[in-house]
Design a binder for this molecule. Sequence first.
Ligand SMILES: [Zn+2]
Length: 661
Amino acid sequence: MKLKFYFSVASIITLAACGSSETPQVLVSEAFEEPPVGIATAATNAANASVATRLPLDNQTDFDNASRGFLAKIEDDAIRSATGDIVWDIRQFDFLTGDAPATVNPSLWRQAKLAALHGLFEVTDGIWQVRGYDLAVMTVIQGDTGWIIVDPLTTVETAAASLQLVNDTLGTRPVSGVIYTHSHVDHFGGARGVINEEEIAARGVPVIAPTGFADHAIAENVLAGNHMSRRAILMFGSSIPRNETAHVSSGLGPGIPRGSISLVLPTEEVREGTRVIDGVTFEFIDAAGTEAPSEFMFYLPEKRALCTAEVASGTFHNVLTPRGAKVRDALSWSRVIDSVLADYGDRSDVVFASHHWPTWGQENVRAYLTGQRDIYRYVHDQTLRQANAGATMTEAAEMLAEPTFSTDMFSTRGYYGTLNHNTKAVYQFYFGWWSGNPAEYHALPSEITAARYVDAMGGAESVLALGIEAFEKGDYRWAAELLNHLVFADADNEMARQWLASSYEQLGFQAESGAWRSYYLVAASELRNGILDGINPQLSNPEFVRAVPTMDLFNAMASRFNPEKMKRDPYIINFVFTDTDEEIAVHVSSDVIVPRAGGDDDASASVRMSRETFDSILLGTANVPALTLSGKLAISGDALAVRAFLQSLDQPEFWFPIVTP
Ligand SMILES: [Zn+2]
């Protein structure tokens, strides 16, 4: 960064009147001698100031609700693992005080402050929540004999510390029931911190989850986990600090804790209907296929309390999450909320969810549910209206105006999901990835187009100058487009990387969504510093692998099969599992491997082992030669065929590049 760029334009910024437009027009550009780092430009200052002007950010209702019923907080604040490592420390968010700095969208700043309010809170008689010690919140309901835990957080450590806080404050009681509202890990990963299989067996503790929970909780991580987890690093800002110029909040909760993730399988899966758990009546409400493929809400008639799980929370959620997942159905989502509004709106004195804080008072509950229903309905219907009139995905997203109710109903604002990317999600749900324009149907990959665009625009220096010019006008989206071509044409172009990083940074500083902000700011960090692979992702958790059906593991292996490594004629291997009495025949060819249940008489080789041994191979904690020597694994027939099969499986790189080629 020794080069300096001098532009003749004076550093004077004139802005269009704020208030009417979301994106202030910068009339005169601001010159920079080098790409700014960690400071808000005048254009970002103005954009964030206009948000503060437009929204009633000093409304205290959410702060009152998020503080209501406070009883106690964890003494030390820091939550540690068994080895003493800090897995969560809410004090990392102590910087969230006062007015928003210029480097943070003030609406996100407000949400971040709310999400960082922490402790044990009473929701209503017999219901409490522990908030601020994880991405999610844990709800505790008093049963006849003990605590019924709803959604035991992401990690064993944060769940155990939260239960300890409950016992210390309200009196020690056993856990008499566990409920997972849905199949996302921030709602079941900490289960072993509150219960284990021995207690479940000894005391008959019910662990209740929605229908399909086990399949979906596992499936999401098995086939596509590597890619999703890598992108989640960006989305949740896991590799950057927590401060005014980095991660401030995920919007859904403060952030993701470190620590160990567990999987305690449910004893019963429930779709809907009434159940009495430790003397408390639950009316379960099916919400499958909304925010999660497996999800329910519930109503507690004796408490006149409604739990909306993650179907309705304190933000506009993701119809398609930036980390990647299967797209969700916005219409179904809205309809499920509407049926809850119709059935329970007049019977609920309080509504609480698995993130954020409760809403009290029948009228407020109805308004909250109405807003949640309407925001998913709005994005669904308006996307289709635009698409049916001929809009492409990006055009529809650009055209969709903010609905009027979002101005003062903060729970419908995009602190996690955004109107922009949820519009694209609805488009994708109905039309797939293609705009319908044939030029985009069989487009060249970006590394090729990048180099050609750079040539077509007069070479690298010319594109860099154009990118800087766009930056200096505050047109960061266009700057990013131009400079991204330059980086993808030549990843070693240091100036391009630095200016692209600064463009992402300003976009992050302006973002209202915590997920967008973190994504942009991690991207900037990876451009400036390279990929910081200090975090050891927990991709292969033994508890998860153990719970995966054997056939699903073979399907996951098949998705790692590299045809270039298989130079043999087709053959079959039988895998025989001695402890589970399973047999799977794997048909291997030079292009695909196809597992099929049951053995095959024409197999060239047979591998006998326990499922536990198989798991240890997949987890990388044991290798085939050692297992063979110890007698835990026996191969009969063509041993070279088995070896060729195992060697044909790729080990995916977790820290693959995203913002560079
Ligand atoms: Zn969640």
